[in-house]
Design a protein around this ligand. Sequence first.
Ligand code: SF4
Length: 383
Amino acid sequence: MATTTTRWHELADRILDGGAIDATEALAVLDSSDAELMEVVAAASRLRFEHFGNKVKVNYLVNLKSGLCPEDCFYCSQRLNSTAGILRYTWLNTEEAVTAAKAGIAAGASRVCLVASGTGPSNREVGKVSDIIEAIKSDTPGVEVCACLGALKDGQAEKLCASGADAYNHNLNTAESHYEEICTTHTYADREHTVSQAHGAGLSACSGFIAGMGETREQLVELAFDLRAKGVDSIPVNFLLPFDGTPLEGVDTLNPRDCLRILAMVRLVNPGTEVRMAAGRERHLGHLQGMGLFIANSLFLGDYLTSEGQPGAEDLQMIADAGLEVLQMDGAGQVPHHPATPGTAPAAVPGAAPVTAPAAHEKQEKKVAIRTRGAGTSEPANA
Ligand code: SF4
């Protein structure tokens, strides 16, 4: 029988040889002991380096419209009836959006993510975002632009694509079997539909999730396999920021080692897909954040939509400290496209145990730092 050391490397060997991990093995990654953690990271890291070398893709978020959403996603500070003290504003104009994007590009971002709260855009709003995309592309032709505007209506993905958008983000957020626990105003199927519309229009599909919302380990595995089946090109992995004033206020169940295991599991299931460390990485990975870069090949620089990240300069230093390099934009397009692998999503295991809560001494209660600079303010951006 393989020792624990060779067990994870044998799994990586098999995946590197073109094989695949199954749901039982993916669950074993999440269940692995702290003593095995470095071996799990090392195995996932071999896949990361195989597909992405030593490059880190830096993304930069521009929140075009903040708050005031009629949907009720329980984790979201912008949701219906949220009393979180976030910035609330309607659409940035083109000049404001371009200025915000430039701050991220100047700091090294090769992809700008244009995000707006809401159920989904009107055709007029898609026109407005298309103008912004064209302006950003005309200013910096090599940069990738990803739009994230909610559920799309017929023809809107095509319009965004025609204006020069490279990608569309629409997160699945949690497993299908858990979706009713985190939202009542739309369904998992609604989200799947938008991912497929974006993909169908020729946009690179970006779709990820938020860990730490009461889902079981089995549901995290279910989700990772569903993302693989959908053939998404990039997977943002968020860790729940429990905003005061939302239904998930105070929910704080993750620890840094579990976060690394989640990243490793996602990488092992989706070896050649961009895996992006997203919101909550600072809070939940803590001092292990840099280690996450040996699994994920991408991050968001600076602040998030409604919360503050660590200073952008620290993000860049973290990349350099790990011996990694920021991926440069090349103007020729860097967006990978992966064919969908249908039928590979395993069934959820009912009644499974939730992700283990950390020991009380591991984390002090901490409020989420609300973003008060950058887009929608007169303060300089954190980039
Ligand atoms: S996640 Fe999106 S759709 Fe859901 S409440 Fe927040 S802004 Fe609205």
